[in-house]
Write a protein of this length. Sequence first.
Length: 122
Amino acid sequence: MQPWIGPAPKRVASGSAQDSYELFQSGKSIAEIARLRGFSPGTIAQHLAEMIAIGKPCDPRRFFTADVQARLEAAFAQHGLERLGPVKESLGTEFGYDQLHLCRALIQARKRGTDLQSVSEP
């Protein structure tokens, strides 16, 4: 078998992730989507992170405040995006892996040059 030559294939989100994203964009919470679809909230957060990372717009304030996002992003800046474990360890028990997945996806989307929905602070 010949090794792959050429650009990396474009990452495409799963249909299940797309379904979760559409429900989220319609105003449903992660918990509501999990109940409706029969998945755990963590799975739904992963679906949303997958969609955000490939460039789908999303309001980050539905996940965390600007202050929390800044703290999470500072931890990612210090420990990198590759592994969540070191980021989680540096933050302690205050934040869960769902928040880390979502924040990492937002950073990845920004690095790709994706314009996320802007949010005005109240």
